[in-house]
Design a binder for this molecule. Structure first.
Ligand code: UDP
Length: 487
């Protein structure tokens, strides 16, 4: 493909965690299809995850490539080879991983000098990227990877500080946002609970860089959360473009099967299993790319889904089997044998968008990571919301209280590590929520709303749709305002 004379060259710099890399790759592919020359920055061990996805785009003539920078694992106190947040296994490693991200500033600067792109899209985890880019006169766009709704709640809590005077489980109304949303302090991330860790420091820097960068790219679509998109732009005053759902750039089965990590199950096998099930009859259970439950919680989930009697696909992370000390208790239950035919268990990585796209899927039990929620919405699947950490409790509220396409399982504590004694949800909670989501009038109503959103999401990314137009408007603006390519 011939490059156009005023073709934009944009560098995409994702945070090295699946939940950020996956949408950034989708986003880069989307930009490339809109005529941009897209380069994704990554580290040696993450590169294969990206190259297998973009290979087919390159064959079709799209201008998309990878630029590799070294990851300072050892310098930050991490073992050699730890280049993805998914490979951290302790709070100390987790903190060191964020230190390592901070050390990427200099390599980025060098890369920008060499490539001289017209624009840099860098993850919110790299607050210093705005300054690095501005030294070379390059605009920096931020990619957050969450909803407008979550931004608005976050800004409200920072601005009005309603948490200072209340106890952990007392509920409060989130002030100054378009809907009446009730939450508790215990559902807030560490940032709002006085924990001074690497992430808190980073969040403070990120808030500052949001003010000085060129604007924010949001993986959402206007019709999904119009009041919050307006609030973010007009009340909070940020420049933002809605360009999602970016996962819709994966059009065929191969694209969907290749996305993210290497799947632990053959995509065809999964589809064959689903083909035998009735429409909307299967519950998909997955808690994101990394989270691991203790065995006691796995056991309650197993009892609950078995008792509910619905078909299910359950994705368990490898570590859930390896790490659990009370592994024996879990294995002895003979659960897997008993549910043969009723359930399919995937150990490791599931081809999530391929599964959610199947007509047999009727519900998604999710930890409320923003990608998972959007993927559920784009496939018209209502949800059981089981938020765990970060901004997931905000995403839950959007699903259950604003969009009304989900049932809350009732978690109260925002935490990366579940205290097996205090916060285990019981079989009955799980059985109740599965039945509430999958059968009855309320379930049909939620399903109807979810299916309607699927149609709207599909239209948003097609020519003339809201996200398609927002992306074109951004590219138009960048062509006018960006420094010209020097190559
Ligand atoms: N994902 C997947 N297979 C898995 C687990 C996760 O494809 O077994 C993908 C999922 O489709 C989503 C991403 O990984 O795109 C997870 O992002 P999310 O924001 O939902 O959660 P996180 O893992 O960041 O907490």
């Amino acid at each position: 493909m011939e490059s156009e004379p005023n073709q934009l060259h944009i560098l995409f710099f994702p945070h090295l965690a699946h939940g950020h890399m996956i949408p950034t790759i989708d986003m880069a592919r989307l930009f490339a299809r809109h005529g941009v020359k897209a380069t994704i920055i990554c580290t040696p061990l993450n590169a294969p995850l990206i190259s297998k996805v973009i290979e087919r785009d390159i064959q079709h003539g799209t201008e998309i490539s990878i630029q590799i920078i070294k990851f300072p694992s050892v310098e930050a106190g991490l073992p050699e080879g730890c280049e993805n947040l998914g490979s951290t296994t302790s709070p100390e490693m987790f903190n060191n991983f964020y230190k390592a991200l901070g050390l990427l500033q200099q390599p980025l600067e060098q890369l920008l000098e060499e490539c001289r792109p017209n624009c840099l899209v860098a993850d919110v985890m790299f607050p210093w990227a705005t300054e690095v880019a501005s030294k070379l006169g390059i605009p920096r766009l931020i990619f957050h990877g969450t909803s407008y709704f979550a931004f608005c709640v976050f800004h409200s809590l920072r601005c009005y500080e309603p948490l200072n005077t209340i106890s952990d489980f007392e509920s409060f109304l989130v002030p100054g946002i378009p809907d009446q949303i009730k939450m508790t302090k215990s559902q807030q991330p560490n940032y709002f609970r006085g924990v001074e860790d690497e992430q808190t420091k980073l969040t403070n820097l990120a808030v500052q860089s949001e003010k000085t960068s060129y604007g924010v790219l949001v993986n959402s679509f206007y019709e999904l959360e119009p009041a919050y998109s307006e609030h973010y732009r007009k009340v909070i005053g940020r420049k933002a473009w809605s360009i999602g759902p970016v996962s819709l750039c994966n059009r065929d089965i191969e694209d969907k099967a290749l996305r993210g990590n290497t799947a632990s199950i053959d995509g065809d096998k999964c589809l064959r299993w689903l083909e035998l099930k009735k429409p909307n009859s299967v519950l998909y259970i997955c808690f994101g790319s990394k989270f691991c439950f203790p065995a006691s919680q796995l056991l309650e989930i197993a009892k609950g889904v078995e008792a509910a009697g619905k078909h299910f696909i359950w994705v368990m992370k490898d570590e859930e089997n390896v790490n659990n000390q009370d592994k024996q208790e879990w294995l002895l239950e003979g659960f897997e044998k008993r549910v043969e035919g009723q359930g399919l268990i995937i150990r490791g990585w599931a081809p999530q968008v391929l599964i959610l796209d199947h007509k047999a899927i009727g519900g998604f039990m999710t930890h409320c990571g923003w990608n998972s929620i959007l993927e559920s919405v784009t496939n018209g699947v209502p949800m059981i919301t089981w938020p765990l950490y970060a901004e997931q409790f905000y995403n839950e509220k959007l699903v259950t209280d604003v969009l009304k396409i989900g049932v809350s399982i009732g978690t109260q504590e925002c935490s990366r590590s579940i205290d097996a004694k205090k916060f285990i949800l019981k079989k009955d909670d799980i059985e109740r929520s599965v039945n509430q989501l999958m059968v009855g009038e309320e379930a049909e109503e939620m399903r109807g709303k979810a299916k309607a959103l699927k149609e709207i999401a599909g239209r948003a990314v097609k020519e003339g749709g809201s996200s398609y137009s927002d992306l074109n408007a951004l590219l138009e603006e960048l062509r006018l305002n960006c420094p010209k390519n020097e190559q």
